[in-house]
Ligand binder design. Sequence first.
Ligand SMILES: [Zn+2]
Length: 405
Amino acid sequence: MGRINLERKYDMFDITLAEARLLEWLDRHRGEMLTMLEELVNTDSGSLDKAGVDAVGAILIRFFQRQKISTSVLRDQTHGDAIMAAVQKQSSADSRPILLLGHRDTVFAKGEAGRRPFHIKDGRAYGPGVGDMKAGIVMNAFVLAAFQEMGGQPAPLAALFTGDEEIASPFSRSTIEQNARRALAVFNSEPARANGNVVTGRKGGVFILLEVFGKSAHSGVNFFDGVSAINELADKIVRLKAVTNQAKGVTLNVGLVRGGETVNTVAPYAAAEIDLRFVQQCDREASLSEIRKVAEDCRIAGTSAKVIIKGEFLPLVETQHSPRLFEIYRSAANELGIKLQGEFTGGCADSGFASAQGVPTLCGVGAVGGKAHTRDEYIEVDTLTDRAKVLALAICRLNADQLYN
Ligand SMILES: [Zn+2]
């Protein structure tokens, strides 16, 4: 592809020549970005598939090596390693880095990519994890590469590629928090909403395992010696419906139930997996105490129950300076002819851990798409480069004075 005429393409906007070169670099790498996206989508990387998540990481590390971008790897035995890539800034007034977040894991089991590999149809790209969030990590990688080659970053850039977000980041959370704490600002490249909006607020969530214990017995021979854990769990599930409070934005979903041994055995064990979501952190405590009360209050004599917290996301909340971060991003988008708003969503993400550190955080700056976590997940192909350009331009215009004063 020949070089496009920078002045002609961007001169109607208030964009400097240095910025235009950066944008043009991203335009020119559209093909490479799509090639990497295809490679990433076609590599299975479910959260519990460490080998797969690390294979996605290896593709990124090879790319950074070719781009002469330094990387470091924080290893874990169980989950995908956390990979940090950094582009330095010489003689910067502010040494706090701008942090880009992205996760390499998906919700899909091994074999899914083979069954429905990456493909493009009518301007949309499909495949497991294409929007959530392999497009986002491609964007982050290429935005780093653009600055590495063309310069123009107002502060050092750091990008964290984690491997356990879909299971609430048990390994990566502390790394995200540490890096967010010393960052100037954080962008998380989760997919933009289907209408093009980015995400300025998210619910917090807790994944809970509720276990109920009873006593087994032969259901024909000595039925009345048994104590059914399933019956008690069923009763608890009905009572737990009261935790949901639509006005407050609190929801409780019993997403999985299991229990029992055979059809002719009184069930000695039953369990439910619960997803609690909330807007305000105070509703977390109130809801958890309601859940614990229901767990402790066993209505069937001889049963007992236990509540175990399996995973947790903090809400993405507006901090003092986050509206300014959004304004810088939105005006960059406007200059590139893209109109967008900030939006609240019930979906949880790592951006909650970042914003809880008090750093201005904007989420959903990835490619525009929808239907995440389903077979119909897609992104609008053109937005892969379009949103990378918005992110790059917003980064160019970020400085501590504008953000914090
Ligand atoms: Zn995601």
